[in-house]
Design a protein around this ligand. Structure first.
Ligand SMILES: [Zn+2]
Length: 249
């Protein structure tokens, strides 16, 4: 008998940024689709993108976003649903350090995604932010992940530097169904290293509409293809830890 692995989609956008649905609509749809774990990860940026896509660009909006998420989270707990909702955010790495530090309190989130890590400077930038946060907020630290990570920048130069960073900071690599080119077998050297180093992997669909909430089959298959099942299980254990910690609060 094959035990079904949990269904997760940890990369979803709502109306708080460029998604089409409210958080409530997303939660209701995820319940119907029988998902186990979802995370809403709306955009956060003050780069040129900020003028083109709606995003979490001020403290008041972030506050409403987090309150809305808390309300839906508690609804699921109180109704004894098997679906768990996590609070996330997706930080554009072209944002300024000041904007990130001034607006994001990390332990208010379960999962923080960084998008567009494409250089050694990017690694240094993320490290700087994480070191700052870790010094200031040491309890309830969120899980940290890389959204739709493109391995091509590191594969020919400095793969070891990247892997060391992922390991040291316990950074999760996302299999994003909207960007299957980034988990293509041509990058098997990278994915084999993830297995060897036991780096966590996650599944996200970058859903901007409820119709794609359950597009998890392709990432699931590729995680199996690279034999990263244990790496995914390690992530699920962390999600369970977050879920139980919240219940005991
Ligand atoms: Zn996204």
């Amino acid at each position: 008998m094959k035990i079904e692995s949990p269904k997760l989609n940890l990369h979803i956008h709502s109306k708080y940024s460029d998604g089409r649905n409210s958080i409530e609509e997303i939660v209701n749809s995820a319940l119907k689709k029988d998902l186990d774990y979802i995370c809403i990860t709306d955009h956060f940026t003050d780069s040129w993108k900020a003028d083109h896509i709606p995003n979490l660009n001020n403290i008041d909006k972030i506050k409403r976003y987090l309150e809305d998420l808390s309300r839906c989270k508690d609804f699921l707990v109180n109704e004894n649903k098997k679906l768990t909702l996590f609070k996330g955010i997706e930080i554009d790495l072209s944002s300024s350090e000041k904007f990130i530090i001034n607006n994001i309190v990390p332990n208010k989130y379960d999962f923080i995604l960084f998008e567009y890590l494409e250089s050694f400077e990017g690694i240094a930038f993320v490290k700087k932010i994480l070191n700052f946060w870790k010094k200031k907020y040491n309890s309830d630290f969120p899980l940290i992940g890389l959204a739709h990570f493109d391995p091509s920048f590191f594969i020919t130069r400095g793969l070891d530097v990247l892997l060391e960073f992922l390991k040291e900071y316990d950074v999760i690599v996302e299999f994003n169904s909207s960007y299957p080119q980034f988990y293509s077998p041509k990058y098997d050297i990278f994915f084999n290293k993830l297995k060897e180093k036991y780096i966590k992997v996650s599944i996200g669909c970058d859903s901007h509409h409820i119709s794609s909430l359950n597009d998890i089959e392709s990432p699931q298959k590729m995680i199996e293809f690279y034999k990263l099942g244990e790496n995914l299980e390690a992530l699920i254990a962390s999600l369970e830890f977050k879920r139980i910690t919240y219940l005991n609060k």
